[in-house]
Design a protein around this ligand. Structure first.
Ligand SMILES: N=NNCCOCCOc1ccc(-c2cn(C[C@@H]3NC[C@@H](O)[C@H]3O)nn2)cc1
Length: 448
């Protein structure tokens, strides 16, 4: 048995997102989002599931906060639904939407839990997608207006802010691979979306500073750590492209003021260019205060000219997988955090990490041992990372509870708390009690 002690001021939390848990999709003045539209498009979401009800957290948030108190977290990452605040994207402000989030944030603060707010976690107002989404500068300006409304309303209550969740998913999973909303499958569109959201990020940071909003602001890329299947230069280059599209494509513009040239050249060979306008890169590279990092798994990649825009394919190495099919390999988190140091020893929070384990209730309990093993391995890496002197300040497990897992619908369960989607009854899993103990002790006791 080994004991890993965490720093006294380490933040322990969980994470969720508006469309995945709130439900009440037609209540409180909420407008239509691209995920409402996508989920209603036949064949896009497993079983035709959608976020109309989800976990009903719009009505049950006080029950959720009681669960957070029981768990013992001091930080809770959530997202605000833009369609609740400005229902048609860039028109009238919906006071009812703001009041909902005030009630929620006030309850969190009352419980001694720090709100960690994501402004955009994929639920774009449909009206803005109808004019071209993030590729249209009107959407960029509408986002800045929405962000400024939120900054003015919640400054002093919220002190941890993220502009965008997983920009790779917003741009490439959703507009090149077509797996997420709005479901485009076009390289130029995806590059336009990536650039638009980066400009929106930079402008929102400028507004955050100009308005004197309290706290710190950043962005949350998702990690695609990859290592080469062979020592061939082609396989190594295939890995470099896979890593760069999730990380460097977004963090080079933010931290260096320019895109990674080798990737720009790669896409130009495919006939796609970045629509940079005068002043864009200066806007994008506004200094930020923190990074959120979302890590789930890593890949062993090799060159394959048939493997999509990157010509990079993950090889199945026969590792243990979670129920969504992702290999369990915590080492990638350690390697990636050292890779990230090229941007400096910036303040980092793990804003998502967790396992899809679809265990169900048995005699009133959920014995999700595989999820506990996943967390034990990944928190061991977290401890190694901190011991190496990297400024890793906190950890948020994905997710507090089972919820709408996008194209997978409700069949994939990432929660520490089980949700019965018929009754909406929440049941803490064994992993909930395991994590509760880690938080209470502020140390990890491993079985090795
Ligand atoms: N990476 N290359 N893939 C190449 C081909 O992939 C095909 C499928 O791709 C992906 C990649 C990544 C994801 C994903 C899901 N989550 C979990 C959510 N995170 C934010 C929060 O809302 C969670 O629900 N994080 N990432 C899904 C599908």
């Amino acid at each position: 048995m080994t004991i890993f002690q965490f720093p006294q001021d380490f933040r322990w939390g969980t994470a969720t997102a508006s469309y995945q848990i709130e439900g009440a999709a037609q209540e409180g003045g909420r407008g239509v989002s691209i995920w409402d539209t996508f989920a209603r498009t036949p064949g896009k979401v497993f079983n035709g599931d959608n976020g109309d009800v989800a976990c009903d957290s719009y009505h049950r948030y006080e029950e959720d906060i009681e669960l957070m108190k029981k768990l013992g977290i001091n930080t809770y990452r959530f997202s605000i639904a833009w369609p609740r605040i400005i229902p048609d994207g860039d028109g009238e402000i919906n006071r009812e939407g703001l009041d909902f989030y005030h009630r929620f944030v006030d309850k969190l603060l009352e419980a001694g839990i720090e709100p960690f707010c994501t402004l955009y976690h994929w639920d774009l107002p449909q009206t803005l997608e109808d004019i071209g989404g993030w590729g249209n500068r009107r959407t960029v300006d509408a986002f800045v207006k929405y962000a400024e409304v939120i900054f003015k309303e919640f400054s002093g209550k919220i002190n941890f802010w993220l502009t965008f969740n997983e920009p790779w998913c917003i741009a490439f999973l959703s507009n090149l691979l077509g797996i997420h909303a709005p479901g485009n499958k076009d390289l130029q569109t995806s590059i336009n979306v990536a650039h638009g959201l980066l400009v929106a990020h930079g402008k929102a940071v400028q507004s955050f500073r100009r308005l004197g909003t309290t706290g710190q602001i950043g962005i949350a890329p998702n990690v695609c750590w990859a290592e080469p299947y062979s020592k061939s230069p082609e396989d190594q280059a295939a890995c470099d492209r896979a890593i760069a599209l999730n990380t460097d494509w977004f963090l080079d513009p933010i931290y260096k003021g320019s895109y990674p040239q080798f990737m720009v050249d790669w896409f130009e060979k495919a006939g796609a260019t970045v629509p940079i306008q005068e002043g864009d890169m200066e806007i994008i590279s506004q200094p930020i205060d923190l990074l959120g990092i979302n890590y789930y798994t890593m890949g062993i990649n090799r060159f394959n000219p048939e493997a999509g825009a990157l010509q990079s394919e993950e090889v199945d190495m026969g590792l243990t997988k979670t129920d969504i099919g992702w290999p369990v390999e915590s080492r990638g988190l350690y390697e990636f955090m050292h890779y990230l140091q090229k941007y400096g020893n910036v303040d980092v929070y793990i804003t998502e990490n967790g396992a899809c384990i679809n265990d169900d209730l048995e005699n009133g309990k959920i014995n999700d041992d595989r999820r506990i093993a996943y967390y034990e391995q990944h928190l061991t890496q977290i401890h190694r990372i901190i011991n190496d002197g990297i400024n890793l300040k906190g950890y948020m497990a994905w997710s507090l509870m089972d919820n709408f897992e996008w194209a997978e619908g409700y069949r994939m369960r990432f929660g520490l708390v089980h949700v019965d989607y018929r009754s909406l009854v929440r049941t803490p899993k064994e992993s909930f009690y395991w994590y509760q103990n880690v938080i209470k002790n502020n140390w990890l006791e491993t079985r090795i």
